[in-house]
Ligand binder design. Structure first.
Ligand SMILES: *Cc1c(COP(=O)(O)O)cnc(C)c1O
Length: 433
């Protein structure tokens, strides 16, 4: 299948080209040329299918020209080697736990899928090496570092703001070595992101290096997220009620992938995009005016995004028709105080420990469900509470047990190169062999 640029539909690329480029030459995001629904029988019998079969059937149409079936199955087997349980926490509410992967962030699936695709493309050709350049406010970096570790033909450079990621997150970024380099930036996440954007536009670099991005603008990171919604549907279907998903959202890649699952024919009543005070989309859903703004720091920091990059894909999915979009999507914003209150309520009433991102999802779901009978709601739990230990301890007076995958990484030795200016990034990229 081809993908077209949302800037200009005439600019198309194959899956492989889209993955390697990240973003179209006209700076538009790539979007699949068509989304063909799966047969109704697929959903009628989904509970009889393995996660691997479900994922294969769902993503095949998007990648098939460039990734043969056998390779796709091998990739998916590696990517999906952990569980995605829906845990009931109230009669009509469940949480889809997406944190059982190697870095305990939901981004593990997308990062691993993209890494394996790029690895396959590079073994298959004599292409020059690809450099993945990514800025992280925390969770993306760890998932990308882990997913790409040891992938031949791919170098990874991760920029993170010094002192502004958690101790666990910093270890996940900086201890792996091999083809992964961490750059510790004297500045904020916005500074990191700005440096990365500048590098992508800098001809001195792009003429000598093949640079790509591993943010959810990349189709190989974005699309596999649709699996989560299918895996949840498989588990929740027997409840018999209409299904609603509430997705804690930052760049809106995850929820947009859920909407693609709906276009594939999955029965969903409604989506809720829950945000922290970075409320550009909730404001848009109220006013039909899109006004991006600088991001504000919150306790759900993986969602501190003032200009969500994937929202343009969501508008496109609904033909840029505001009424149509409103029928499928509601969006609500919650501040840190409400988030902490929600963490406490969930813990007190059910014993479940939610991380701040999951708690925002819970709040969005509660708000939507308040006048919706016969509906089963699922909020996505996008990170393990241990990843946000300070907030969890401070709010709940409770310390979750340290999972094995985190213990391992805490013993590693930090290796990072400190930089403070764009010129330092540039000379690093030009000198790195
Ligand atoms: C990245 C992230 C999000 C936001 O996902 P988007 O696809 O950018 O909307 C939410 N929660 C956690 C823990 C994350 O790491």
């Amino acid at each position: 299948m081809n993908f077209y640029s949302l800037e200009n539909k005439e600019n198309t690329a194959s899956f492989k080209e889209a993955v390697i480029a990240g973003i179209a030459p006209d700076r538009g995001l790539y979007f699949p040329e068509s989304i063909t629904p799966l047969p109704k029988s697929f959903f009628d019998t989904i509970e009889d299918r393995s996660n691997l079969e479900i994922a294969f059937s769902a993503i095949r149409q998007f990648v098939t020209d460039d990734v043969p079936d056998k390779v796709l199955k091998d990739i998916l087997t590696k990517v999906l080697d952990f569980d995605f349980p829906v845990v009931d926490i109230a009669p009509n509410i469940g949480t889809l736990e997406l944190f059982h992967g190697p870095t305990m962030a939901f981004k593990d699936v997308g990062a691993r899928f993209m890494a394996n695709c790029l690895g396959y493309f590079s073994t298959n050709t004599t292409n020059e090496e690809v450099t993945v350049l990514v800025a992280t406010s925390g969770d993306t970096g760890g998932a990308v570092a882990n997913g790409f570790l040891g992938v031949k033909g791919v170098k990874v450079v991760i920029l993170y703001p010094s002192g502004k990621v958690s101790a666990i997150q910093e270890k996940q970024l900086t201890t792996l070595g091999q083809n992964i380099t961490a750059l510790e930036v004297e500045g904020t996440f916005d500074d990191c992101q700005h440096m990365v954007k500048t590098a992508f536009l800098d001809g001195d670099i792009t003429h000598t290096k093949k640079l790509t991005s591993a943010n959810s603008i990349n189709v190989a990171r974005w699309l596999p997220q649709l699996f989560y919604f299918l895996f949840a549907y498989k588990q929740a279907k027997s409840k018999g009620d209409a299904l609603v998903f509430s997705v804690p959202s930052g760049n809106f890649g995850n929820i947009c992938a859920g909407m693609v699952a709906q276009k594939l024919g999955m029965p969903v009543k409604h989506f809720v995009a829950a945000t922290n005070v970075n409320d550009t989309v909730p404001q848009f859903m109220e006013t039909n005016r899109y006004q991006p703004k600088p991001s504000t720091a919150t306790i759900s920091n993986a969602m501190d995004v003032g200009d969500p990059s994937n929202f343009i894909r969501i508008r496109h999915l609904y033909q840029d028709d505001f009424e149509n979009l409103s029928e499928h999507l509601s969006s609500y914003s919650f501040d840190d105080k409400a988030t902490r209150e929600a963490m406490k309520t969930i813990y007190k009433e059910t014993g479940y420990v939610a991380d701040p991102h999951g708690a925002v999802g819970y709040l969005g779901l509660k708000k939507y469900l308040s006048d919706q009978p016969n509906t089963y709601g699922i909020f996505l739990e996008t990170a393990h509470p241990i990843k946000f230990l300070d907030v969890v301890q401070d709010t709940l007076n409770h310390t979750p047990a340290m999972p094995e995958q985190i213990k391992k990484v805490m013993d590693g030795k930090k290796r990072a190169k400190c930089i403070s200016t764009y010129d330092e990034l540039k000379s690093f990229l030009l000198s790195a062999t």
